[in-house]
Design a protein around this ligand. Structure first.
Ligand SMILES: C[S@@+](CC[C@H](N)C(=O)[O-])C[C@H]1O[C@@H](n2cnc3c(N)ncnc32)[C@H](O)[C@@H]1O
Length: 314
């Protein structure tokens, strides 16, 4: 079944299950010593989707679950998590030491899912990390991490709200201050928002961002031609016991290009293709271009941006 305007989910259903899938990727990448997210595997176990637990724990092999030579699958997804986790971790480290006397001490993780940066990165003293996701996701992760004895390494505040609703009010109520510079991350989010909600989200981010704020966003492109390939990949996963439908979780329709939209609103933007990130991290790039029209995510890019509100003085 496709998405609807006011649909809801937990971490074992609908778009929530994608948070568990990418956490399984981080768990597997942690096992391979590519990244270090010690909470990923316990969190995937706590959610309990057996297929993802078996991937996270190393029980399933790529040969078992991936289509031979397919440009996407559990191993590719895992490589992508390793590369993007490193990249976004480095973005936050740079934002904390951005050359200003104070550095950025206010962090917003949009669509936080099972993200554990608040518990594993060495945040500077006084940093607040706001994690925004839907109520069932925020509540589950917060409780599961407490049960695991995980200690926050910043002042971590869950903000349980749907990003299609009035999330800026919820964020303010949680203690957010629009007069301070902010570092924002939107990782694995945009495809799951309706196109107009994506624009509204970027408008709110811009309105809430003080001078010098920074943003990192992952921008998805899933070519129509890749639908059949996705279907074949998921069939394989279903044969291995996955019991959550992963088709049709995105919202269809034309959408504005994130980087262009931000540039038009005063952000200085740098685009980094996913393929460049993969190669920089020692992984094979996804086949791209006219010869490979059905490769999912080959055109994905990461957008890093800084908002400069004050004109430079001569
Ligand atoms: C692919 S997961 C990414 C999770 C996390 N950013 C990561 O990379 O591990 C997608 C996440 O987006 C969240 N999400 C999607 N649509 C949302 C919405 N309208 N409001 C709040 N969260 C949303 C889901 O709950 C899920 O946690």
């Amino acid at each position: 079944m496709g998405r609807t305007e006011n649909d809801t989910w937990d971490l074992a259903s609908s778009v929530g299950a994608t948070a568990t899938m990418v956490a399984a990727g981080r768990a597997r990448a942690t096992r391979a010593a590519l990244i270090d997210d010690p909470f990923a595997e316990p969190l995937v176990r706590a959610v309990g989707i057996d297929f993802f637990v078996r991937w996270a724990s190393g029980e399933l092999r790529s040969d078992d679950v991936d289509l031979p030579d397919a440009p996407w699958g559990m191993q590719r997804m895992t490589d992508q998590q390793a590369a993007r986790t490193r990249y976004i971790d480095a973005f936050f480290a740079a934002a904390q030491h951005d050359g200003t006397p104070a550095g950025i001490r206010q962090v917003i993780i949009l669509a936080s899912g099972l993200d554990t940066r608040g518990y594993r990165l060495p945040w500077a003293r006084g940093t607040k990390v706001f994690e925004i996701d839907v109520p069932q996701v925020v509540e589950f992760k917060t409780t599961a991490l407490a049960t695991l004895g995980a200690l926050p390494r910043a002042d971590v505040r869950g903000v349980a709200v749907d990003l299609r609703d009035d999330w800026p009010s919820a964020l303010r109520q949680a203690g957010f201050r629009a007069d301070l510079p902010t570092a924002w991350a939107a990782e694995g989010l945009f495809g799951y928002l309706p196109p107009d909600a994506q624009d509204r989200l970027l408008d709110h981010i811009t309105a809430l961002s003080a001078d010098g704020s920074r943003l990192i966003a992952e921008v998805f492109f899933s070519a129509a031609a890749s639908r059949e390939l996705f279907s074949a990949i998921y069939q394989r996963w279903y044969q291995h016991g996955l019991d959550v439908a992963l088709e049709s979780l995105g919202f269809p329709g034309e959408r504005n290009d994130v980087a262009t939209y931000l540039e038009e609103r005063g952000w200085q933007v740098v685009r980094t293709p996913l393929n460049q990130l993969l190669v920089d991290n020692g992984f094979a790039p996804a086949p791209a271009g006219p010869a490979a029209p059905d490769t999912p995510f080959a055109e994905n890019y990461y957008c890093t941006a800084v908002l400069r509100r004050q004109a430079a003085t001569p």
